[in-house]
Design a protein around this ligand. Structure first.
Ligand SMILES: Cc1ncc(COP(=O)(O)O)c(C=O)c1O
Length: 386
């Protein structure tokens, strides 16, 4: 099966009644006469904080899309990331990350210093980050396939190679790229994490996360951490997320096309001083993006408004179709102000170095007609300078 088919059909459904879409097991408890029953992958099936069969088709299909051994579904992207970090890190080890990443992830990694984990942050540039890895010799390397919000694209195979030269574990957040563009496990990464809240579920109505692993020992360890931290995905969210994954390819391909059209429109707009989109030849990592992703470049476009904060506030207020707010990846387009949301936990001096400034807007392009999005942007951009 090709990936587009795996997204729709790449799981086993063991429902005895032959339901086409797998059922929801809305239960906390499973019958246990002496020994617990086992799930299809051999874990105890007795209590839904540990294992619930509703999650299995979702875990199976995402694992196959990412080319992994298996996956675990969590009740948010952050729950997935925290369980992964707890499973790999201990006192007196270092963790290397790019200084640009989702703000809550950076805050979490930084907070682990109270357990003796040393955080090293490098500029999101392949050569600089590889140098940092060589020098810091971390236990774990963390990076995002496309960074948030200035959309840099590191050469993931080169980063994995540098990390593997001395045995570091590599964790990649593939939320922005999705398995449609990128499968980091195929380059040798150990774990791929998604905020399923975004493209996997895809409808701005679910909070969820998934971690995909390549090795059985990582699966067993992470399964225990999921149960101990209590971050398992709930059955209804798993049902909705599987439903979302079935349309991932058609949604994401259309969203990427619309994002390219929007980026090209913004690049010509007089009120916009810079457009940041890996699909534009002006993007500094366009070559890397082309090499890794082919002819699609994601559905998030960032851009700078001439006029800074005042213009940005007017711009957000003037949007009529696009929703101003946090998050991304759903069918509805959302315009985000990174300095006030996702990037606010990034220290001020890092934000300056990265260009996360008050003129920056991040746009998640949804499934509306791109012409309507372009008209909405044009109107809001022109009103923001009145
Ligand atoms: C790249 C990335 N990773 C992880 C997360 C965290 O996911 P969640 O909000 O589902 O906990 C987000 C959320 O915005 C994100 O953008």
């Amino acid at each position: 099966m090709r990936k587009g088919t795996v997204a729709v059909r790449g799981y086993r459904n063991v429902d005895p009644y032959g339901s086409l879409h797998p059922p929801i097991y809305q239960t906390a408890v499973f019958r246990m006469e002496g020994e617990a029953a086992k799930s299809d992958r051999g874990f105890d099936l007795k209590y839904s904080r540990e294992e619930n069969p509703t999650l299995r088709p979702l875990e199976e299909v995402v694992a196959r899309l990412e080319g992994g051994l298996d996956a675990l579904a969590f009740n948010s992207g952050m729950a997935a990331l925290s369980a992964v970090f707890f499973s790999f890190l201990n006192a007196d080890v270092a963790v290397a990350t790019t200084m640009e990443a989702y703000g809550a992830t950076l805050r979490l990694l930084g907070s682990l210093d109270k357990f003796g984990v040393r955080l090293r942050k490098g500029f999101p540039d392949t050569d600089v980050f590889v140098e940092l890895i060589k020098e810091a010799r971390p236990r774990m390397v963390f990076l995002e396939t496309i960074t948030n919000p200035t959309l840099r694209v590191l050469d993931v195979p080169a980063v994995v190679k540098a990390a593997k030269d001395f045995g570091a574990v590599v964790v990649v957040d593939n939320t922005f790229a999705t398995p449609v563009l990128s499968a980091p496990l195929s380059y040798g990464a150990d774990v791929v994490v998604h905020s399923a809240t975004k493209y996997l579920a895809g409808h701005n109505d679910v909070v969820g996360g998934v971690a995909v692993v390549a090795r059985r020992e990582h699966l067993e360890d992470l399964w225990l951490w999921r149960a101990m931290l209590g971050g398992i995905m709930q059955p209804f969210e798993a049902f909705l997320t599987l439903r979302g994954v079935k349309t991932l390819f058609v949604r994401f391909e259309r969203q990427c096309r619309s994002a390219m059209a929007v980026a090209e429109f913004l690049a010509e707009h007089g009120k916009v001083s810079e457009v940041i989109y890996p699909g534009l030849p002006t993007h500094p990592n366009h070559g890397t993006a082309r090499k890794l992703f082919g002819d699609k470049f994601g559905a998030v476009v960032s851009f700078r408004l001439r006029g800074g904060r005042d213009a940005a506030v007017k711009f957000f207020k003037s949007l009529r179709i696009i929703t101003p707010g946090p998050s991304l990846g759903g069918v509805e387009s959302i315009a985000t102000y990174p300095v006030a949301s996702a990037a606010s936990p990034i220290p001020e001096e890092d934000r300056k170095a990265l260009g996360i400034t008050e003129d920056l807007v991040r746009l998640s392009v949804g499934l509306e007609d791109p012409e309507d999005l372009i008209e909405d942007l044009d109107r809001a951009l022109n009103s923001s300078f009145l």
